[in-house]
Design a protein around this ligand. Structure first.
Ligand code: ZN
Length: 351
């Protein structure tokens, strides 16, 4: 049995012994590693399963361990593991695709229908002492990257994937709708990819203050007091932004997503949608806009680790609260209350 953070059902979390799902007594497969988990970030999806019991087609039917943004230390390696050794500090990519699947072979393994992704029912998450993981989805972190930063690589990967699909070019003007964790990692990724400036919009002044403090090239826009599109068009002599990232999932935001976009620009839809969103296909047409959709990420973890290590992306300021493992239930209750000044909360396991 392993002490784990278990979502029993909608609205009920326990920190309790859970049957061993990691084959503690078993020999590892040749290309597997065993990891002592260190830091786990709380994701909006974990909180949504807690408060709503489901996300789209994924429904919590049985008790499920939460968490998928993780770092830790290698404590055992399989016989054929060559890139990792005992004692290495690592971060883990939480989705394991079927290596034989068509999507995996095409390199788009994030949309392999059979991918097994932590804390997406019925797959258990990582808020537990140890895990067994494939070497191929486990990434060594340099000494100058902390466990806390390493646990930010997972959400950062969404932003880097979004900036990659947007094909950001040096000097582009970007817009990010939504100053939550995904919006802010997207803004940082767009800047690292070459954007000259990124407008970040939100309703919460506290979040916009955080956004502004991240980078002097971020321009916060409070849509309570200013119209995003009007400001972007005014600042760009009426031309508009090259890329607009929608990171709210809100139907209201999606309805206006083309307003600040320049002709020939790109829209990237990232926000998790708890209700169906609609956008104006006519507005897309007259701009010949490219519309990209993001589902998690593929092939970007090593890039994220490199950028965090080099300092080209600094995620430290996004981590606004840290809880110990025995405070996990409180942590989820605080996260569910969505304090406006918080971006990312993390849980540190006993070490
Ligand atoms: Zn996440």
């Amino acid at each position: 049995m392993m002490k784990s953070v278990v979502l029993e059902k909608k609205g009920k979390i326990n920190l309790r012994d859970f049957p061993d799902i990691d084959r503690v007594e078993e020999v590892l497969k040749p290309r597997e590693v065993r990891i002592k988990n260190h830091t786990v970030g709380i994701c909006g999806s974990d909180v949504h399963y807690y408060t709503h019991g489901r996300i789209g087609p994924f429904v919590v039917k049985d008790p499920m361990i939460l968490g998928h943004e993780a770092s830790g230390t290698i404590i055992e390696v399989g016989t054929e593991v060559s890139s990792l050794k005992v004692g290495d500090r690592v971060c883990m990519e939480p989705g394991i695709p079927d290596p034989a699947a068509q999507a995996t072979r095409l390199g788009i393994y994030n949309i392999d229908p059979s991918v097994q992704f932590w804390a997406t029912p019925p797959v258990h998450g990582i808020l537990r002492p140890t895990c067994v993981h494939p070497e191929a989805f486990t990434f060594k972190i340099p000494d100058n990257v902390s466990f806390a930063e390493a646990a930010m690589v997972e959400p950062l990967a969404v932003g880097v994937h979004a900036a990659t699909k947007a094909k950001v070019k040096p000097g582009d003007i970007g817009v990010v709708m939504g100053a939550g964790p995904i919006g802010l990692v997207t803004a940082l990724s767009a800047l690292a990819a070459g954007c000259a400036q990124v407008y970040v919009s939100d309703l919460a002044e506290e979040k916009l203050e955080k956004a502004k403090a991240l980078n002097s090239a971020i321009i916060p826009i409070n849509i309570k007091s200013e119209t995003l599109a009007a400001r972007v068009l005014r600042d760009t002599d009426g031309w508009g932004a090259n890329v607009v990232f929608e990171a709210t999932g809100s139907p209201l935001a999606a309805a206006t997503v083309f307003d600040p976009l320049c002709p020939g620009g790109c829209i990237v839809l990232i926000g998790g949608q708890s209700e169906p969103i609609q956008y104006d296909a006519g507005a897309a047409m007259v701009r010949e806009a490219r519309v990209e959709n993001i589902f998690r990420y593929a092939n970007v973890f090593p890039r994220c680790v490199s950028m965090v290590s080099s300092g080209s992306i600094d995620v430290k300021a996004l981590i606004t609260r840290t809880f110990s493992f025995h405070e996990s239930i409180e942590a989820f209750d605080v996260a569910a209350s969505a304090p406006p000044a918080d971006i990312k909360m993390q849980i540190v396991l006993p070490n």
